[in-house]
Write a protein that binds this ligand. Structure first.
Ligand code: ATP
Ligand code: MG
Length: 589
């Protein structure tokens, strides 16, 4: 597979390659849908060499950490002739919502991945397995592997012990399977209040691994579920539902973040028991952990992101400062840049921080080749060419992309009154300043060479206009134009033709590179200057920019027409990233 060859290797790829070489999953069969062993055995040989899954809980919008997991799981399936399942881990009815389901599906599609392959749609919901999960729990109770505990939550907590002390057996641990079964059915039928009983696995209260001390499998919750409504008042715990969902779906490699490493013994224990019960065939799915993405100057926790939204500190989940996938998209990130980022950071077995500049550089590297060039004056200062007749209007042109002449040229008028960047003029030039100052000559990019003849101040003393004369035989691209030797080359737009548009200059949302590390409150380090909105003067051709069109504003960086607020003929631009890596953005070339 050619795609596979040019991707950097990592421990996950190594593991999958050795599984494939050993034919570890070669004899699996697939019912065409999730199911138990008897169903899969009746199916054909599994057309997928491996199966991975992306299993978000629909309780918020996805963030850049999820993007890493999406690129990883869907990318591995793509590269190794496998399939990646899109699965909603929707077993907790309280926090979940259809709005989040829709946004998650959108985000995965936008990133460039799909779960439909050759007529097989691998879109699943853990809630679709509620019947099976319950059936398995009854079997575990009958087989002596689980029981109903009726201790109070407090007693149960106390009985679990600590990292240094073993737990104590519950007084209900030796209940007969018959009694436990009767009680759990009453739980299911709504006969007991929340918190009165739980179904627990019977493993080992003295295990050094707390997760193995008779973990809860089911609890009572009188809550409406966004898909199953009020059908259930008992809901499975994540640690119970997850391995079983994987096994029903024939998942081969169940990739998750490091904090689940301690849960792996439980994952394996449950599937082993259910395999003994004949529900699943071997090889069973294998859980493999990798380091979660920690991105500097960003927060990757749905709950903390939701807090920003609810407090109104950002405009919504898709605020361009948010590290959510919808936020990155609105900011100007492309699917290709996020995939490139995910590949560059790779996967590791130990937690670390990735610098935000790595994400930004991936965007630059993608947009450098694809984005059309345009001129924007962000802090306009009037320039009057006194030697230029008021009614003269001369077309100047520049390439759409300097390295891609096939993309053609753009044209814009040169007139008597122009706008230049305020910082391109200095009344008294500092050392090494080659741009405009009284008596100095510069080239107006793609236009004429001019010489500064003076400037005006307004009533408050601010410089409000610069005056100059031009050299008529110096027009860029005409014979003899390069006989004019000038050191400065500045950009401009015609004052009468410029598109006046709103431009949003974004900066990092936090001042602290690790805003929530060590239990710190991220709200304490919010950057009050993370958004500056200005009115800029743009090249007139930009009036036709469609939402999500991306440009390099020469000397300023990459900008995108905002997908929410742009109107036909009146785009609003967001700065996606500066041209160079520099704290504070506003890089100048
Ligand atoms: P959050 O704490 O933000 O809610 P989560 O891990 O609880 O995140 P899930 O919806 O359960 O969110 O995650 C779906 C998948 O995305 C999981 O497989 C999880 O491992 C992965 N994931 C979540 N956050 C990150 C991250 N920062 N880096 C890599 N993978 C992540
Ligand atoms: Mg979670």
């Amino acid at each position: 597979m050619s795609e596979q060859a040019d991707r950097p290797s990592n421990f996950l790829r190594g593991l999958i390659e050795s599984d494939l070489a050993a034919g570890r999953h070669a004899n699996r069969r697939w019912a065409g849908h999730p199911g138990i062993a008897t169903e899969h055995r009746a199916g054909a040989s599994d057309p997928a060499k491996i199966r991975t899954r992306f299993p978000p809980e629909p309780n918020g919008y996805l963030h850049v950490g999820h993007a890493k997991s999406i690129c990883l799981n869907f990318g591995l399936a793509r590269d190794y002739g496998g399939r990646c399942h899109m699965r909603f881990d929707d077993t907790n009815p309280v926090k979940e919502d259809q709005e989040y389901v829709d946004s998650i599906l959108d985000a995965v599609r936008w990133l460039g991945f799909h779960w439909d392959t050759e007529g097989e749609s691998n879109l699943y919901y853990a809630s679709d397995y509620f019947d099976r999960l319950w059936e398995f729990a009854e079997w575990l109770v009958q087989a002596g592997h689980a029981y109903v505990d009726s201790q109070s939550a407090e007693d149960m907590r106390a009985g679990r012990g600590t990292l240094t002390e073993p737990g104590r057996n519950s007084p209900y641990r030796d209940r007969s399977p018959e009694e436990s079964l009767r009680l759990m059915r009453e739980m299911r039928d709504g006969k007991h209040p929340e918190g009165s009983h739980v179904v627990r696995a019977r493993i080992d209260m003295a295990s050094p691994n707390m997760n193995m001390r008779d973990p809860a499998l089911y609890r009572i919750r009188f809550a409406e579920h966004h898909r199953t409504g009020t059908k259930w008042c008992v809901y499975p715990m994540y640690d119970y539902a997850h391995p079983i969902s994987d096994a029903l779906e024939n998942i081969t490699h169940s990739i998750c973040t490091l904090e689940f490493a301690d849960h792996r013994p439980l994952y394996d224990w449950l599937l082993e028991r259910l395999a003994e019960g004949g529900f699943f065939d071997k090889p069973l799915p294998q859980q493999i952990e990798f380091a979660r993405l920690n991105l500097s100057y960003a927060i990757t926790s749905k709950r903390k992101l939701q807090d920003l939204v609810q407090r109104g500190l950002v405009s919504g989940w898709d605020d361009p400062r948010m590290p959510t996938i919808v936020g990155l998209r609105r900011r100007g990130y492309t699917p290709a840049s996020i995939q490139l980022f995910a590949e560059r950071i790779g996967v590791a077995k130990a937690d670390s921080w990735i610098d935000m500049s790595v994400l930004e550089q991936a965007l630059r590297d993608d947009l450098e080749a694809s984005a059309a060039r345009a001129v924007a004056v962000l802090d306009p200062l009037k320039l009057v060419i006194e030697s230029w007749p008021g009614d003269r209007n001369e077309a100047c042109s520049a390439p759409v992309h300097p390295q891609q002449p096939e993309r053609g040229r753009r044209s814009f008028p040169f007139t008597r009154e122009l706008f230049i960047e305020r910082e391109d003029f200095a009344e008294t030039p500092p050392k090494g300043f080659f741009r405009l100052f009284p008596g100095n000559r510069v080239r107006l990019r793609y236009g004429y060479v001019i010489e500064c003849t003076g400037f005006d101040r307004d009533a408050s003393g601010q410089i409000c206009a610069v005056r100059a004369r031009h050299f008529d035989d110096s027009k860029s691209g005409t014979p003899g134009a390069d006989l004019y030797k000038v050191k400065g080359n500045i950009h401009w737009v015609s004052a009468s033709h410029a598109l006046k548009a709103q431009v949003r200059l974004y900066d990092r949302l936090y001042r602290d590179p690790q805003p929530d590390a060590g239990g710190r409150d991220p709200l304490q380090s919010l950057n009050p200057e993370s958004l500056r909105t200005i009115k800029a003067m743009l090249e007139p051709t930009l009036a036709h920019a469609a939402p999500e069109d991306r440009f390099q504003f020469e000397r300023h960086g990459y900008f995108v027409a905002d997908r929410n607020d742009s109107k036909p003929g009146a785009p609003v631009f967001n700065r996606a990233v500066g041209l160079k890596d520099s704290w504070g953005g506003g890089a100048r070339g």
